[in-house]
Design a protein around this ligand. Structure first.
Ligand code: TRP
Length: 320
């Protein structure tokens, strides 16, 4: 009889394959989606409240200051769609403003996580009785054909700088596939973190309290639990590097000693040199030129950008 652990290996075999590939590659890497188990999602929530992590509060401030102008520019009678909605907490600001402008509205949050969506639906339904919320469980990166069946003018929200965690070429692919399900007049509201001094960027990804380090290492905790690996958390350190040439923050776990890690579930031995880095995530920081490029290459026209007073974060309205 299979033990529950063996069953788990079967269930997560796609993940296991990616882990094997990444740990066997040169340089080593792990897939970023490993971050977001329950503990990781809670740690990320904590990150968004850190003094150094300016992204979430800066984007929220832009929505608070410009919600009316954003919706005015997007056009009348909007149906909202949100990609990677999660619990949709910043979206509330836009919805509140929307419901001042129209008596009823439809909201289609899209996320791979049914639990996050359920939470969003529950909260939105109580807070906004005039809002009809129809969640869609999907991985939006492959496009969402169901969007083409929604009538009326759509505003697709893709906020939180989530686009920054993809390669710009992948980002274009994602936006292009979304655009395919839209019609003339529909719009995209894209939130991107912007390139800035490494003095601001590096602490945002390597905070004084070590929450980000814990978030990054949670990947190893997860591999220890789910694949029976024996990563020694004390023998890896969190490293955040600003790569100016590529305009991205790079996150690594660096081995502090020469060591070998064993993953029984994959029957895989992974040797690490002292100082060897395991890549876990990139976070692209967009320049105006980069925004222009991905928006146009994916078939939209850039109509307007709103930013905070420091110019740290951008919210862009793009039209089909
Ligand atoms: N999407 C977040 C970002 O790019 C993810 C993130 C925040 C992150 N802090 C991190 C990823 C630290 C890896 C390591 O801002």
């Amino acid at each position: 009889m299979a033990t529950s652990k063996q069953l788990q290996y079967v269930v997560d075999s796609a993940m296991a394959r990616e882990v094997r590939e990444g740990l066997s590659a040169m340089p080593k890497r792990l897939p970023a989606k490993l971050f977001y188990d329950e503990a990781g999602s809670a740690l990320f929530e904590q990150i968004t409240e850190l003094p150094e992590y300016y992204l979430t509060r800066t984007e929220r401030a832009i929505f608070e200051d410009y919600a009316a102008r954003i919706l005015e520019a997007a056009g009348p009678s909007l149906t909202l769609v949100e990609l990677g909605a999660g619990t949709a907490s910043k979206t509330r600001i836009l919805i509140e403003e929307l419901l001042q402008r129209q008596t009823r509205a439809l909201f289609y949050p899209i996320d791979v996580s049914p639990s996050a969506l359920n939470e969003a639906v529950r909260q939105m339904a109580t807070q906004f009785p005039q809002l009809r919320v129809s969640p869609i469980v999907a991985d939006y990166t492959g496009g969402v054909p169901a969007l083409s069946r929604i009538s009326g003018r759509k505003l697709v929200l893709y906020i939180g700088s989530s686009i920054g965690n993809f390669e710009p070429s992948q980002a274009v692919g994602i936006l292009r596939r979304i655009r395919r399900s839209l019609r003339a007049g529909d719009a995209l509201l894209l939130g991107t973190d912007l390139a800035k001094s490494s003095k601001i960027l590096v602490p945002a990804y390597d905070d004084a309290q070590g929450v980000t380090a814990q978030f990054n290492k949670n990947m190893l905790v997860r591999l220890n639990r789910e694949l029976d690996a024996d990563f020694d958390l004390g023998a890896f350190r969190h490293v955040a590097v600003w790569n100016k040439r590529c305009s991205r923050m790079e996150m690594y776990l660096e081995s502090t000693v020469k060591q070998s890690v064993f993953l029984p579930a994959l029957d895989l031995d992974v040797p690490f040199e002292e100082g060897e880095r395991l890549h876990t995530e990139n976070s692209y920081k967009y320049t105006e030129e980069m925004v222009n490029t991905i928006v146009h290459e994916s078939g939209f026209t850039l109509e307007k950008t709103w930013s905070d007073s420091k110019g740290w974060f951008g919210v862009h309205l793009a039209r089909v």
